[in-house]
Design a binder for this molecule. Sequence first.
Ligand code: ACO
Length: 334
Amino acid sequence: MSNTGAGIVVIGSGSAAPTTLLNNDQLSQVVETSDEWIATRTGIRARRLVGPEGSLSAIASQAAQQAITMAGLTAQDIDLIVLATSTPDDLFGTAGKIQGEIGATRAVAFDLTAACSGFVFGLVTVAQFLRTGVYRNAVLIGADVLSRWVDWSDRGTCVLFGDGAGAVVLQRTEERDRLLGFELCSDGSLNHTLNLAYQGTAHPLTSDVTISQGQYQPITMNGREIYRFAVAKVPEVISKSLFRAQLTVEDLDWLLLHQANQRIMDAVAQRLKLPPEKVLSNLAKYGNTSAASIPLALDEAVREGKVKAGDKIAIAGFGAGLNWGAAIIEWGLV
Ligand code: ACO
């Protein structure tokens, strides 16, 4: 391992979604809602759900394997695996299981939690390991199974979420750095607006030692607050990232936002004065898949031939924390 790293380039992508599909009409048998309400307020038409036999690691491994293949590498070439997730199969972490499943025996693997900003935070984290020359090839996975944690009787939240996984391979390059600029932010004063919180009750062990035992509670969200936050902060963080990259909005080929709500995506694009045809969206098919949503949409756009080598993409995530962040990348090697 030399210390001569200069930059990073994203050279492969992959994605996987569970086969079980729940469309809005089916969901209206679960809660009082309608396809019309969900589609007009959010743009979502269906979502994929992991069943009792499925796991986060299974879809994440599939996505990672696809990304490695597209990159023209083998699992043995991978030095680092970072799994961005808030819904691990195991609270001790699931990246290690994925490392074993794909046979990346040389790789160190760990989880990173930043909710719906997880992929962007993960991208910047992985880039540091590559830029410093510590590692050459890394897999970044964004994967979530929020269906496990949604209150399926709360129509205000259950209509929004779905399960999925996406992955990219990042490689150190001695040429130009294709992570052109980034900006990450947190505001803990708004932490209470979106939670998947642990709740415990007192459990005395001895006469003077009491611990807490309990479990995680379903997702709670102040939808309006999150909406306002996203529409205000996301254009700002993209503009800052563009400034760092010494680029302007006109230089962008694509805008790829966390797929939470079509109205948020439209409003952000409008504020940035980006035409709708530059906005990548597959939210209608998958709903909000949290850390998976960006790489899931990216992989689809790459495989459809929309995103081509040399394209400049503004990527932005936002969500629980509250965290938000953006990165400007140039896709692939030209
Ligand atoms: N079907 C039918 N009616 C509904 C539903 C539903 N699924 N959900 C709420 N309603 C009703 C409400 O009860 C309310 O009725 P009332 O006026 O009689 O009280 C009415 O619709 C309006 O409810 P609001 O919650 O005010 O609806 P709003 O227009 O704000 O839309 C939504 C809600 C879609 C959640 C919106 O606030 C939003 O998208 N916020 C952003 C949320 C988000 O993106 N979260 C994820 C980002 S972070 C992350 O990814 C983890």
